[in-house]
Design a protein around this ligand. Sequence first.
Ligand code: GLC
Length: 440
Amino acid sequence: MATRKGIALAAGAAAMVLMTACSSGGGGQTSGDSGASGGGATGEFEGRGPITYVQGKDNSGLMAPMLEDWNKDHPDEKVEMIELSAEADQQRNSMVQNAQTQSDAYCVISLDNIHVAEFAAHRWVEPLNEADFEKDKILPAVWQTGLYRDQLYAVPYASDGGILYYRKDLLEQAGVTDPPKTWDDMKKGCEAVRGLDGHSDIGCYGGQMAKYEGLTVNVDEAIHSAGGQIVSPEGEVVVDSPEALKGLQTLENAFKDNFIPEEALTYKEEEGRAAFESDRLVYYRNWPYQYSLTKEKLGDKFGVAPLPGLTADQPEGGMSSLGGHNVAISSFCKNKATAYDFIKWFTSEDIEKRLLTEQTLAPIYSALYDDQELIDQYPYLPALKGSIESAAPRPQVVNYGDVSAAIQDAVFPVLQGQATSEQAVKDLSAKLTELTSAQQ
Ligand code: GLC
C-alpha cells in the first residue's frame, strides 16, 4: 500500500492534472469579457481609496478589530469587512454572484482554497506577482493552493488541517490518560467515559456531517485515511475502490453503532463545537480556530491530538483534507492598488503571528510552527504542522462546487442509514466521471 505521504503528493498531482485539463469556460464568461484590468501579474495596479474585505463568518469576532490597525495607518484607504455565511458553499455563492454581476462591492475576497481554480479560470480575480510574497518561507503545499496553471491568484493567509479535540477531564476521570491514536482507542475511551455517572449517553465522536462542504472534508479524510482516493493522480475517478469503500463504511458503521451520534448529521463546525463544550461529545474533529474559543469555555479540560488512524495498524494517524483560505483581488474592485497593499500587509509574518495568537488560525509560515515560545502556548502546533504537511488537497477543479455537491448527495443518505456505502461509491463514481469529463 502507498504511504500516507505518497498519497498526499499523488492527490496533489491529481489536482494539478485536473487543473490543466480544465477550460476557462463554464460560467458564461471568458477571460476577454470579464472586465479584468490586467497588469496584476507584474504587481502593478491602479486605484487608491476605500476597499472592502469579504470573508465567511468571523467566529472569533476579532478580525474586524484587527483591521482597525490598517485603518489607523491608512485613513484614506480604509478597509471595511463584509462577513458572509459560516458555510463554504454559501460563501462561494455570494462571491460568484458578485462576480457574475461584475459588482465592485467585494474587493479583497477571502477564497476557500477549493474555489481558487474556479475564480482564476473565470478571471474573476486578478493574477498577482509572486515575487511580492515570501514564497520560500511558506509551507509548500499551502503556497500551492493559491496557484492556477502555475500563476499566483490568491495568497494564503490561513491554512487549515484537521485536529482532534478530546475531553481530557472526562477521560481522566474514567482512567484514560493517553490521547487516542486510533479509532479503536477512541471507542475504548468513550466506553470508559460512558461508565461515569451522568454520562451514559454521551456521544463518542463527531465531525462536520451536515450536508455542506464540511461533509466533503470529513468523507475525503475517511477515504484517504483508509488508503483510498476520490480522484487518482492521473485525474481519473477512483472512488469505486475497496479502500474508498472501507473509508465510507467506517463512517456508515460509526453512525449505525452510535459511535457518532445521529445529531452529528446537523453539525457544521460551530454546532459540533457547542456539543463538545456542553458535554455531548468526548471527541471532536475540527480546525484549529476552535482552540482559542474552547480554551475560553473549558480552560484545561480538553486536549488536542493528531487525527487518529482508522484502524489499529495506523498508529501514525489519519489523514486530513487540506483546508485554508487565501486572499485575492476581485477583478471588479475599483481600488486595486490599495487592495494589493492590503494583501501584502494581511499576509505578512507580523499579521500571521497575530492571527495565530488572537484567533488560533493555522499560520502559512513554516517558522511559526517551530517557534518554542509559541509551541509552549499552543502545544498543538507540531501536530497541526504534521496534519497540514501530509494533508490531501481536495480536487482543485474549476467546477469544484458541482464535484463537492455530488459527493455530499451520494454520502449523506448513507450516514442517514438510507443507502449503502457500496451503492454510494458506484453512483458517485458515475456522477464524478460525468462531471470531470465535462471539464475536458
Ligand atoms: C474550513 C477550511 C475550508 C473548508 C471548510 C469546510 O473553513 O479552511 O477549507 O472548506 O472549513 O467547512
